[in-house]
Design a binder for this molecule. Structure first.
Ligand SMILES: [Zn+2]
Length: 302
């Protein structure tokens, strides 16, 4: 049973938007593309475990804090006898491992050793359980999800599940019977309650309103070559059509994600989205989809 679904983090959504509207540096772009790839891998793993048999809780994307240390769990599966902590890696190509790091054979690029990360995560999770006076068996695993990933010199005693082993891993998980009780349920609720809403380690480039390209882009192909026809935002590149209200809402959400401290007013949104619509159309869309707050000269929406 899925208790907490996965959604894109604010960090990923912000970088996605900045990648479209600004010129990211190569370092920022590399970081952003890694986040996208990581998210794709996690979503792919979600679809592989959606039909797990027996009673199990699945909690995705937990950010927890224990003794002032933050740690992240991509996928947590609670079964009767064990809690699985799963870290999904979407690495690609040929890699090899030495004591501290993982290296790409072709590019020489260096990745942080995922084992250190996993060990830190499981030890902090065990501490958390201890603080809660709970005693469960914890099993931590790294899943390499990309079928085009090869790990040379993979040590046999490490908690790795390579792409060719994922199906077997899931089969074995499925073969262990599991019945959950009230204790499992309380633990799951507690973990979700402890989830931290904001990632303090999000790495966002600094940006200011004036430097960002304004105006609407196509929600599918991200092209700015769009025009308004018959109450739709029509893409001249891929042909996608989006209802104008939907396009306005999408722009409002993007604006408030990038500028959480700015008020959402008709004026702000019309300057941001530049949809070439009359004020009334903006106001109507805002009124329909957001709440009016305050009582100032210009209406603010939330
Ligand atoms: Zn398009």
């Amino acid at each position: 049973m899925l208790l907490k679904a996965r959604t894109e983090s604010d960090e990923l959504l912000t970088l996605r938007s900045l990648n479209i509207r600004t010129e990211l540096t190569s370092k920022e772009r590399f970081y952003y593309e890694n986040l996208e790839r990581g998210y794709d891998g996690e979503v792919k793993f979600d679809s592989m475990i959606q039909d797990l048999r027996q009673e199990r809780y699945i909690i995705n994307d937990l950010l927890l804090e224990v003794n002032n240390s933050f740690f992240q769990i991509d996928t947590l599966i609670i079964s009767q006898g064990v809690i699985h902590l799963i870290d999904v890696k979407n690495f690609y190509g040929d890699c090899y491992l030495n004591t501290d790091n993982l290296y790409s054979v072709s590019t020489g690029r260096e990745y942080k050793n995922p084992i250190n990360q996993l060990n830190r995560c499981s030890s902090l999770f065990r501490q958390l359980l201890q603080n809660l006076n709970l005693n469960y068996l914890v099993d931590a695993t790294i899943i390499f999800i990309n079928p085009e990933f090869t790990l040379y010199q993979a040590p046999l005693d490490q908690p790795f599940i390579l792409p060719t082993q994922i199906n077997r891993f899931l089969r074995e998980l499925n073969n262990v019977s599991s019945q959950l009780n009230d204790g499992h349920k309380k633990l799951a609720q507690k973990l979700i309650e402890l989830n931290q809403p904001k990632n303090p380690f999000a790495m966002l480039p600094t940006f200011i309103y004036d430097q960002i390209k304004k105006g609407p882009y196509c929600k599918i192909c991200k092209s700015f070559q769009v025009t308004i026809r018959h109450h739709h935002l029509v893409c001249n590149n891929c042909g996608d059509q989006e209802k104008i209200d939907q396009a306005i809402i999408r722009n409002v959400k993007e604006f408030s994600l990038l500028f959480p401290n700015e008020d959402i007013t008709t004026k702000a949104i019309s300057d941001w989205s530049r949809l070439d619509l009359c004020k009334r159309t903006y106001t109507r869309a805002l009124k329909r989809n957001f709440n009016v707050v305050g009582n100032t000269r210009s209406t603010i929406y939330k």
